[in-house]
Design a binder for this molecule. Structure first.
Ligand code: C2G
Length: 130
């Protein structure tokens, strides 16, 4: 089995998230997704997620291409998660290009292009009429 691992907040789940997950899955035969903890989001972003970590975990875990989900507690634990889930490939959006190259000693590291013009922030602004 070739295992792929990817990480994200996946808040207000949208088609950009879906495409990333589908493409990630295509690099192997088992996809494991680390969903950022609410506590991790507080350090990573300047606003609280709209959906809680258990809601985001339930949504991502229900997707057809996803085999397993877990809560990503800290950005510093990437190496631990890659080893724990025996990942052969780490896939990330290209907004993270270069940031995870240090793990190339234990797995393949790939950065995929993001879907243009869609983001959780833009959706929140649209919905709130800004
Ligand atoms: N994404 C995408 N296209 C968009 C928006 C997001 O391809 N228009 C991708 C991101 O590149 C990422 C995934 O969807 O691979 C999840 O996006 P976010 O929830 O924004 O993830 P982020 O908060 O960057 O979390 O450990 C790393 C972090 O947990 C990554």
């Amino acid at each position: 089995v070739r295992t792929v691992i990817t990480f994200g907040t996946f808040d207000v789940f949208h088609v950009g998230h879906l495409r990333m997950i589908e493409r990630a899955a295509s690099y192997g035969d088992r996809l494991v997704v680390g969903v950022s903890a609410d506590a991790l989001n507080r350090v990573k972003k300047d606003r609280e997620p709209v959906f809680t970590e258990s809601e985001r975990l339930a949504i991502v875990g229900a997707l057809k291409p996803v085999d397993e989900v877990f809560v990503e507690e800290s950005l510093e634990l990437k190496r631990h998660y890659i080893e724990k889930y025996s990942a052969d490939v780490l896939v990330m959006g290209d907004d993270w290009t270069g940031r995870f190259d240090e793990f190339a000693d234990i797995c393949e590291v790939r950065y995929l292009p993001r879907t243009p013009a869609i983001s959780t922030t833009a959706l929140i602004e649209k919905i709130s009429g800004q």
